[in-house]
Write a protein that binds this ligand. Structure first.
Ligand SMILES: NC(=O)c1ccc[n+]([C@@H]2O[C@H](COP(=O)([O-])OP(=O)(O)OC[C@H]3O[C@@H](n4cnc5c(N)ncnc54)[C@H](O)[C@@H]3O)[C@@H](O)[C@H]2O)c1
Length: 366
């Protein structure tokens, strides 16, 4: 078991205990070595009562400032709506707590500047929770690209869709661009980060189109140019059936990554015809061979759940071993800037360079 500086487990307090906290973070905190849940804060009384009973916690607070001043809390996780990330994060760092912040890190570069100043003054660890980075297949895809297996890469196709706004599931804050930043900030930042992380480059410019903004049916299509000359075509929504996929096209092969599938990484080399019998047999064989490993991982929730576990283990490792996080405020900034540029593109109806992105959300009403 990993221990913190004083040899004991790190006490974690979670601020904002809605969907992602209850589905992902809180259950994990009971299984991790090196950290344990000691406190929660939520403005909703029903949520507080439920969690107090479920986790047998003494530290249950309405006001996040009370959680931050709890001596048992050594690290704060922020899973409140995005508009609160900076305020809570700065307060936590000023109180000397380590910090994990859900993506998107903030909604503006001014808020991000405040967080960076607080981080520098505190010397504490800050991780931006872009969990897709810690997915098993993301790491494999990055290695494939790094090894040059695909040859020179020219195109990327990416899609992140889910149905979390259907059937009235959308929380009101998510439908307001000023509060959530639309699907281009709320959802797409995962993929903006993945393009840059997997291909080890940066997004240079972006053009976005959106229909039905601020509704459950809001959907966006995007084209972007990366600094290494790759063109990306992408689509995002929270109102259609879920997919989380990336395809990378190189001269020597095509990589397909579908992170919800246990056998979701496939490389078709240039020598193979995609629909041939040989290709199908190879895929079937690879799928069958990966099945026992998948069953083992499914017992602990599967690869998607594993991405959150890996992110927590990384956070604990950074605290205990005083390491620089792989996904800190600079990486959160790069992903957010692409989102801000994409939103500016909607408002201006033109391609926007990420370097010229506005410092905050430009709302788009269609
Ligand atoms: N990494 C991921 O996979 C992922 C997935 C979903 C959401 N998120 C991010 O996590 C954050 C929360 O999203 P969600 O879907 O869980 O939202 P949610 O609306 O379901 O939950 C937010 C919770 O915060 C509480 N809250 C609101 N203001 C608060 C405050 N000032 N102090 C304490 N609690 C407060 C609400 O009562 C609610 O319970 C957002 O930033 C979102 O972008 C990340």
């Amino acid at each position: 078991m990993t221990k913190n500086e004083t040899g004991s487990e790190i006490g974690v307090g979670v601020v904002g205990c809605g969907r992602v906290a209850q589905q992902r973070h809180l259950p994990l905190l009971g299984e991790l070595g090196g950290a344990r849940l000691v406190a929660v804060s939520d403005t909703d009384a029903g949520t507080r009562d439920k969690l107090a009973g479920q986790y047998g916690l003494k530290g249950v607070y309405e006001d996040y400032r009370d959680l931050i001043s709890d001596d048992a809390v050594g690290a704060v996780m922020i899973a409140a709506p995005t508009q609160f990330h900076a305020e809570v994060g700065v307060a936590a760092l000023q109180a000397g707590k380590h910090l994990m912040i859900e993506k998107p890190v903030t909604l503006s570069l001014d808020e991000l500047d405040q967080l960076e100043a607080a981080e520098a003054a505190s010397g504490k660890v800050v991780v931006v929770a872009m969990n897709s980075r810690w997915h098993r297949l993301t790491r494999e895809a990055r290695e494939v690209v790094r090894r040059g297996t695909l040859g020179p890469i020219g195109l990327v196709r990416s899609a992140f869709t889910d149905d979390s706004r259907l059937d009235g599931q959308a929380r009101p804050w998510m439908l307001q661009h000023e509060m959530a930043g639309c699907v281009l900030v709320e959802t797409a930042v995962h993929h903006f980060d993945l393009w840059q992380f997997i291909l080890e480059t940066e997004v240079e410019d972006i053009y976005a189109r959106m229909l039905d903004p601020m509704t459950a049916n809001e959907r966006a299509a995007v084209t972007a140019t990366l600094a290494n000359g790759v063109i990306v075509s992408a689509m995002f929504t929270e109102g259609l059936k879920g997919a989380n996929e990336l395809e990378i096209y190189g001269q020597d092969g095509r990589l397909r990554m579908s992170v919800y599938d246990f056998d979701g990484l496939d490389i078709t080399p240039r020598s193979e015809y995609p629909g041939s019998m040989g290709t199908r047999i190879r895929r079937l064989k690879e799928s069958l061979l990966s099945f026992p490993g998948a069953v083992k991982r499914l017992r602990s929730g599967g690869d998607w759940a594993g991405s959150y576990r890996n992110e927590w283990e990384h956070f604990i490792d950074c605290i205990v071993n005083k390491k620089r996080p792989e996904s800190g405020l600079p990486e959160g900034r790069r992903a957010l800037q692409v989102g801000l540029a994409a939103m500016a593109s909607l408002a201006q109806g033109a391609r926007v360079r990420v370097a010229d992105a506005p410092r905050g959300i430009l709302p788009f009403t269609g």
